[in-house]
Write a protein that binds this ligand. Structure first.
Ligand code: ACM
Ligand code: ZN
Length: 753
């Protein structure tokens, strides 16, 4: 609301605009401008009673801008800290509430707590950065507090390891943009990264692997290089926790159970259902060997948790809970006996039994558990919070039943996804989650009423590191998306005003440049959008910068400064490659984007889907299947639609009779991510859109032998409607990652020749 008022004033006074437009991220709740300016002094005189640690941090961050001295409040000091009324601290948000009152004489920060004071300093640092060249800051009063109590970033240190110094750097980034929770993913199939004194083999054996997968998952290629031993000693962990505390960041450790346990089982195979031996995984994905819920396992996990709880003072302990295949439990006599004895509802009931027991233990130590969506399986433990990742359903279900939830749906909050055209980005997990998508996220699901919404603790983004090899790439994947997350969590994001946000992002890039951060420049890139047009489709190019800077070619050559200037959507009536880039003053500023079109009689035609794709992989919806873009089988980006447990039934209306003799589409196989080739496919035609005739059928072995690139000879057809039914592999069979869960089916395009 406040920002709307600011923008509104622009219409009346550009002078006012230049004075009042602030480059702050996250944008504060309320800014009131006052008369006059505060002259930034050469010697900054600090009230001698300022909170010590936070003030030391402030001095470090502003080192070089001015010198410091200190004095009594009434001796003309520049920075003063006043308390609101500390007894009014009732919840996390109020702890973080602050105001900054900048007058011509001084800057007065008010807050309930040192945490609020620290957040105020972050705002002040951004203001000083912005105004130090002009030497003065406009007088103003900022009143600010976050909307959400949990504003988190996660880091997976198992798939790839990051040093203590790098983890501290990561925590610094969180602090700079007012996030307050660091979710440290410490154990997984590929590595156990936390020293546990009672079980030394966890790190002796579980912290290294024989080799690692490299490149795209489908290449199934390994580097042949031993990885590790890499882990954090308890001493190092204490230092990280202290470092985070000094920055008012809560560190929430994650110890994965019952799944993602292969590294632990490698060290202690007796905790599995079968004998082993096991090795830490070298591949990415989900693995069948998980903790067996025997007494010995619970004793082990309780002992591990004892040490974890000693190290981490956080209210919540994350116990994982995701992606636990039930294959071993099904065949394990002990597990089956346990199900019978406790009258559990099958293996899902056993998962619930597992989590309930762990919760009881963690609660007995005065802490709470949080776990991924799957802890809802078979019934949620009484005090558990849910981290909703597969979509928003988990969070909705939790909130409706009076459980807290942190929202981190893949489609908006998975920073291992691509943030620009995959062809211009480093190899990533897949998906497509650009900056504006993150910025558009509202953590409160529409399904919840006001009372239920109170259970939405907040929002978090996750950084899984299968494809993130070093810290430079960590920086690339989180920036600038962390800015969007920060503002979404603070509660001042305004997706209808995305452009205004993007301008602040570009301003903040200067600051990242100074810090040497390798951020993604994807927002400079020319992005393309396929739109339906009279003769099929057209390709609309855009950039967040000056549209007149877009140059493109249709001949496959890289555009240069003198290439065609983009004006209007480019008609694409035949197969071709469009290359585009952004230029400023004759200089190339962006990566070169390249898009190849494979045009067929289906391109741009009306298409309907019986079942819609899953939210995380729905991109342009049904139109994606007739947009003239064939997917790259190595890059699960926005050209692919994903359907979990569902068939694809697509009907295409040619508008008039069309002749063709071949139908084509592609499907993916990536069993580690539960993606399977289609089981079968059928092709039908119709002239009235109601009565369809089956003209071709293909079985699984043919799909396998064609490696998912399906080309079906259908004889000479002349029809107005085409219907294709592509059958999902269904329930994932035993012996595969994710056995018993619903398989994913991915489809890119349905074309004819
Ligand atoms: C997850 O992404 N498996 C929580
Ligand atoms: Zn078992």
């Amino acid at each position: 609301m406040q920002r709307f008022l600011l923008m509104f004033s622009v219409l009346f006074s550009s002078l006012f605009f230049t004075q009042t437009r602030l480059n702050l991220i996250p944008y504060p709740q309320k800014i009131e401008f006052q008369k006059g300016t505060f002259i930034i002094p050469e010697n900054f005189k600090l009230d001698e009673n300022l909170p010590v640690k936070e003030t030391a941090y402030f001095k470090k961050r502003t080192a070089g801008m001015f010198t410091f001295s200190s004095g009594k409040k009434d001796e003309g000091v520049h920075l003063v800290n006043a308390l609101f009324t500390p007894q009014s601290v009732i919840d996390q948000q109020k702890k973080e509430k602050y105001s900054v009152d900048i007058s011509t004489k001084s800057i007065i920060i008010s807050s309930n707590t040192d945490h609020g004071y620290f957040l105020a300093l972050q705002t002040l640092i951004q203001l000083l950065e912005q105004y130090k060249d002009s030497g003065k800051i406009p007088a103003m009063k900022i009143e600010d507090e976050p909307k959400f109590a949990w504003r988190g970033m996660h880091l997976d240190v198992c798939r790839h390891f990051f040093t203590v110094a790098e983890v501290k750097q990561y925590i610094d980034y969180l602090a700079m943009y007012k996030l307050n929770t660091f979710h440290w993913h410490l154990t997984d199939d590929q590595g156990w990264r936390i020293e546990i004194k009672k079980y030394p083999k966890l790190t002796q054996i579980g912290s290294k692997r024989k080799e690692s997968m490299i490149g795209a998952y489908v290449d199934n290629t390994f580097d042949g290089k031993p990885y590790g031993p890499y882990f954090y000693t308890q001493d190092q962990i204490k230092k990280v926790v202290k470092y985070a505390q000094e920055r008012h960041i809560t560190v929430v450790p994650e110890i994965e159970m019952p799944g993602h346990a292969l590294a632990a089982l490698s060290a202690y195979p007796e905790l599995a259902c079968t004998k082993g031996p096991f090795e830490p995984a070298t591949k990415w994905g989900v693995f069948d060997d998980v903790f067996c819920p025997k007494e010995e396992t619970f004793t082990f996990l309780e002992n591990v948790l004892d040490e974890v709880i000693q190290l981490f003072p956080s209210k919540y302990i994350h116990i994982g809970g995701d992606e636990c295949p039930k294959t071993r439990w099904k065949e394990c006599p002990y597990c089956q006996e346990l199900i019978k004895k406790n009258n559990l509802k099958g293996e899902h009931g056993l998962q619930s039994y597992f989590i309930h027991r762990i919760e009881k233990y963690v609660n007995s130590k005065g802490r709470k558990i949080i776990g991924w969506d799957e802890i809802l399986e078979g019934g949620l433990a009484p005090n558990a919070a849910v981290m909703s990742w597969t979509g928003i359903k988990g969070g909705v279900e939790a909130a409706k039943t009076g459980h807290f939830a942190v929202m981190t749906p893949g489609a908006y909050c998975y920073f291992d996804h691509y943030q620009g055209d995959p062809a211009t980005e480093p190899n990533a997990f897949g998906g497509f989650t650009p900056l504006d998508k993150v910025y558009s996220y509202n953590p409160i699901p529409k399904e919840l009423n006001a009372e239920q919404s109170k259970y939405i603790l907040g929002v978090q983004a996750n950084l899984w590191t299968e494809y993130i090899l070093d810290f430079k790439q960590v920086q690339y994947m989180i920036f600038p998306r962390l800015f969007a997350l920060s503002e979404v969590g603070w509660g001042t994001s305004d997706p209808n005003n995305y452009k205004e946000f993007e301008e602040r992002v570009i301003h903040e890039f200067k600051h990242l440049d100074k810090l040497g951060v390798n951020y993604a420049k994807s927002i400079y890139n020319v992005s393309g959008k396929v739109i339906p047009s009279e003769n099929g489709v057209a390709y609309e190019l855009s950039t967040s910068q000056d549209q007149n800077g877009i140059r493109y070619t249709l001949n496959g050559k890289d555009p240069e400064a003198n290439a065609s200037i983009y004006k209007n959507p480019i008609p694409v009536s035949k197969s071709m490659t469009i290359k585009s880039a952004y230029f400023e003053n004759g200089q190339l500023k962006s990566a070169i984007s390249s898009q190849t079109f494979t045009i067929s009689k289906t391109t741009g035609k009306k298409i309907t889907l019986l079942e819609q794709p899953s939210e995380n992989y729905s991109f342009g919806g049904a139109f994606t299947l007739v947009d003239g873009i064939v997917g790259n089988q190595k890059q699960l980006g926005k050209t692919w639609l994903g359907f979990q447990g569902k068939d694809v039934v697509a009907t295409i209306d040619f508008g008039q009779k069309a002749q063709f003799s071949e139908v084509y589409f592609n499907t993916l196989d990536n069993k580690g991510s539960w993606i399977h080739f289609a089981k079968s496919a059928q092709v039908f035609v119709s002239d009235n859109g109601t009565d369809f005739k089956l003209i071709k059928e293909i079985a699984k072995d043919e799909i396998l032998s064609s490696k998912g690139k399906i080309r079906l000879n259908v004889g000479g057809q002349n029809a107005k409607y085409l219907k294709v039914r592509i059958e999902n592999a269904g329930i994932i069979p035993a012996g595969n990652p994710g056995a018993d869960s619903k398989a994913w089916l991915f489809i890119d395009e349905i074309g004819v020749n």
